[in-house]
Design a protein around this ligand. Structure first.
Ligand code: SER
Length: 900
């Protein structure tokens, strides 16, 4: 309970009084509430006066949600607490009262504001949520009291400008009105006329179709100042806006929409920083605040465009202010996303980012007259404004600028290829068209790339307008929605899984998390590895497409949970183990293994018999497959160490895909990776393999690991109390010695020598910022080396015989074989060398072949002429013509090519 004293009719705690007095002294020295002060005052209030712990904002890309949606509320990172699935050993399990300011993006998913941004004065794709939470600690009364104190005493808002809403119940769900909250507001001195009831749509909060939810009470601010705002509450009016939402999480919504009680009651509050800043900076527009004005000023300085005036709708002639808002909003969104390692690309959230950035460039170039490259200049302004609150912006400033610049280039070339496709479409369909109109079918054809390049819908709309074509507006909107769905669905895996409700159900049944530590139980002696075999476990869960079942049989994809597992589940880029789970009467082929909140699900098919709940099973992994993955996983660590040493010490890993025979490794660095770098990196990795460096895995306390120099933790990862640190190499660092220390839960070989051979086979650009290296190890490396050596042998043969015309046929065969080997995997350094040398040699050989053919043709003609002189005809007319043609072609090619 709060310790309370009486203050002006309302109770207020002593610590609050002291805090408020000091804050007011502080504020009275300041001219205005800057957004920085507002952010700080919020978290400080909860920390100083009510013992809340300040938690950093989580990444904008939730790690745990399959990467399909952005973080859209402060509560996202705390979902495991609400769902009671939090790892009891993690830091999070100890959270009782916390507060923070969280980066949020609402594009895609249930809360999607992309299409509204720019049109009004208070929607954003990126915004900040100031939040406070009680996890099973205080509830409604304390939450409302704190909100009142902060709003009226710290921020100094008069109650006469505030409305308080509460949940008025739902008959269908059997939920009563939340009169408790209503009474709390009354007891805090709020006049009855300011406390308003609303139903599910407004006063019941959930984050999606399923999951934690509960009634909420919202606080709205009345900008009218004359008390007329009461009718505008929850009407979408900019004059009365919701500033704070206090959610009382007490239910979990199931798949069938019914509500079950959460085990503990929690408070989840969220205040929109942009709206609160507008209120305290005395404006009705979020965009007229210090969060946006520096960006507007930078734009108008860059373009000489008139300054931002804050007009909307028809008043905003030419859409100038709308464009200002879109560009400012979107550049904040993209900068924040890139700082959290998202890059614009062709799938999932990367595609969403690309769409947002395209809209930003479109408005910047078309309406505001900015030039290509100048949008990236706005990144510095965003970093200045938000960098103190989110240091990752400062750290990644140049990366964000570079990626934005690259994406601007990409967008410009997209517009130009779209224009070409559009003129092609106009030409090809001219004869059929009566009016300058684009039908839905035309739109979809242009969109799908029928006229050479895919034309995105928003670019199509611009070109159509410029060229005087009309378009189907409704259909356009529909197509946009389809496009959006495509974005949202790209990443969803079509696999059996354990959803949140299934996890809750397992926990309620007391099923313990799977102990899969046995995946690490293997030994090696001089390169010979021994894994656990025929390892026993008990079936604790069986799943098929219907959910949990008691028995699984053949022909349906199913999943098995056992108490103990030796299988490695996909993670850290490493592919899952494959193998078998068997009983005396049944055999299940494991094709994939995934972990869901501590439960390991073995996915596959029953090949014979049945498997039943409670049975004892024996587990066997495919050891060749596992060992291959281990070799390749250790090699990725060496590769990263090599890249950091040769190319760029700041290189960050951006992903990996590790399999039995090969792996790919993604990384970000703005330094160009030259052919020389590739061979030096490869040599270093090979040298470490040659030295047979020890590979050590240690389980140590998280806090010790995170303090270690050289360890770069993932910013948003919530690490358990103990983590694995993988070290390779001895502690002496010399120029030709690789050392590596990484947090890694993967499985690895014990000595680098067990990797066998190693080759980088190719390097590509995965997207604007990420480079990808493909490599092979072990027997695959031996195989690709053989391919490379064969290619070199053929090249050598050609080089040494090139001046010997008698060998021409042999050499041409060598060229043919080399050309057919082009698609084969071989060491990149060998490939580069062979094919760059082959090109001039092969031209020369073709020339020699043409010359020989021409000489033969000439002989034929000479013979024929001789025969004619003697009065006989040997050749028919067409053969003679052919021979002449061969000679003619040869003469032309000689003139053109300078071969000889
Ligand atoms: N989760 C609630 C919201 O997003 C309160 O934080 O509004």
């Amino acid at each position: 309970m709060l310790s309370q004293s009486n203050s002006g009719g309302r109770t207020i705690c002593q610590r609050c009084l002291r805090y408020i007095r000091s804050t007011q002294r502080y504020i009275s020295h300041q001219e205005t509430w800057t957004s920085t002060k507002i952010r700080k005052a919020f978290v400080d209030y909860f920390k100083e006066t009510h013992d809340h712990q300040i938690i950093p904002s989580s990444s904008i890309i939730p790690v745990k949600d399959g990467g399909t949606y952005f973080t859209n509320a402060g509560m996202n990172q705390f979902k495991p607490i609400f769902l009671e699935t939090v790892d009891p050993h993690s830091k999070m399990a100890g959270y009782k009262r916390v507060t923070n300011h969280q980066k949020c993006i609402r594009v895609g998913g249930k809360h999607n504001d992309l299409e509204t941004v720019g049109k009004d004065l208070y929607h954003h794709t990126f915004f900040e949520m100031l939040g406070s939470w009680s996890f099973g600690d205080y509830f409604k009364e304390e939450a409302c009291t704190m909100a009142m104190e902060l709003l009226t005493k710290v921020y100094g808002l008069p109650v006469s400008r505030l409305y308080f809403t509460y949940f008025n119940g739902d008959a269908k769900l059997g939920l009563q009105p939340d009169l408790e909250t209503k009474n709390i507001w009354q007891s805090l001195g709020i006049p009855q006329k300011r406390i308003l009831p609303f139903y599910m749509e407004d006063n019941f909060w959930d984050m999606g179709k399923t999951g934690p939810c509960g009634p909420c009470t919202e606080i709205h601010y009345d900008h009218t100042g004359d008390g007329t705002g009461v009718h505008l509450v929850n009407r979408g009016s900019p004059r009365v806006v919701e500033i704070w939402n206090l959610v009382f999480m007490q239910y979990n919504r199931q798949e069938d929409s019914t509500l079950s009680n959460l085990c503990r009651q929690h408070v989840d509050t969220g205040m929109g920083l942009e709206r609160m800043t507008a209120v305290l900076q005395n404006t009705e527009s979020n965009y007229n605040t210090d969060l946006f004005s520096p960006i507007f000023e930078a734009i108008s300085k860059e373009t000489k465009m008139r300054p931002y005036k804050g007009l909307v709708g028809e008043d905003d002639t030419g859409g100038v202010d709308t464009a200002y808002r879109i560009v400012a909003d979107h550049i904040r969104m993209s900068s924040i996303s890139i700082a959290d390692n998202l890059v614009p690309n062709r799938a999932g959230l990367g595609l969403t980012l690309r769409i947002v950035m395209s809209q930003c460039f479109q408005q910047a170039y078309k309406v505001l007259g900015m030039s290509q490259g100048s949008v990236s200049g706005l990144v510095d302004v965003v970093v200045d404004s938000l960098g103190d609150a989110y240091p990752e912006l400062q750290k990644n400033n140049s990366k964000i600028r570079n990626i934005t610049k690259e994406t601007e280039k990409w967008y410009t070339s997209l517009v130009s290829s779209s224009e070409t496709a559009f003129s092609r479409f106009v030409k090809r369909t001219a004869s059929k068209r009566e009016h300058k109109h684009i039908s839905v079918e035309d739109m979809m054809n242009l969109h799908k790339g029928k006229y050479g390049s895919k034309v995105p819908l928003n670019i199509m709309q611009d070109i159509a307008l410029k060229e005087g074509y009309s378009m189907e507006d409704v259909a356009f909107q529909e197509a946009r929605i389809q496009e959006q769905h495509l974005v949202e669905n790209t990443e969803i895996k079509n696999k059996l899984k354990l959803d949140k409700n299934m996890i809750v159900s397992l926990q309620q049944r007391g099923v313990p998390w799977t102990d899969d530590s046995f995946k690490y139980n293997y030994t090696s002696v001089e390169g010979k590895y021994e894994f656990l075999d025929d390892f026993n476990g008990i079936v604790l869960g069986l799943v098929d497409s219907r959910g949990f079942v008691d028995k699984i049989g053949p022909d349906v994809q199913s999943g098995i949970i056992v108490d103990k597992s030796i299988f490695y589940s996909e993670g850290g880029g490493q592919a899952a183990d494959i193998g078998y789970i068997k009983t005396e009467l049944g055999s299940f082929r494991v094709e994939d293994v995934q972990t869901f909140d501590g439960y390991v699900l073995h996915l596959g098919n029953v090949e014979s018999g049945n498997l039943e709940m409670g049975e004892t099973v024996s587990q066997v992994i495919d050891q060749e497959h596992r060992l291959g993955c281990m070799r390749n996983h250790t090699a990725t660590h060496l590769l990263l160490a090599g890249i950091r040493k040769i190319l760029d010490t700041n290189t960050e890993q951006a992903g990996s895909s590790i399999h039995k025979d090969s792996f790919s490794f993604d990384f970000t660095s703005h330094r160009k990776l030259e052919a020389d770098h590739v061979s030096q990196i490869e040599d270093l990795v090979k040298a470490s393999i040659q030295k047979n460096d020890p590979v050590k895995r240690e389980r140590i306390p998280r806090d010790v690991a995170l303090e270690m120099e050289a360890i770069v933790p993932l910013r948003d990862e919530i690490y358990p109390s103990h983590v694995y640190v993988l070290s390779i190499g001895n502690s002496v660092c010399t120029d030709d010695n690789l050392m590596s220390k990484e947090l890694c839960g993967g499985t690895h070989v014990s000595k680098t020598g067990d990797i066998g051979d190693f080759y980088i086979t190719s390097v590509i650009r995965a997207n604007q910022a990420t480079k990808r290296i493909y490599a092979v190890t072990g027997q695959s490396a031996e195989q690709v080396l053989k391919t490379g050596e064969r290619a070199q042998e053929l090249l050598q043969k050609i080089k040494s015989g090139i001046n010997d015309r008698d060998k021409l046929d042999d050499l041409l065969e060598c060229v043919e074989e080399l050309n057919s080997m082009f698609g084969l995997v071989m060491p990149k350094t060998m490939r580069d060398q062979v094919y760059s040398e082959l090109s001039p040699l092969s031209n020369r050989l073709s020339g020699m072949e043409s010359e020989r053919l021409a000489a033969n043709a000439q002989q034929v003609i000479n013979k024929e002429m001789q025969a004619q002189k003697n009065g006989s005809f040997v050749l028919c007319r067409s053969d003679l013509k052919k021979s002449k043609q061969v000679i003619k072609l040869f003469v032309i090619s000689v003139k053109k090519s300078n071969i000889f």
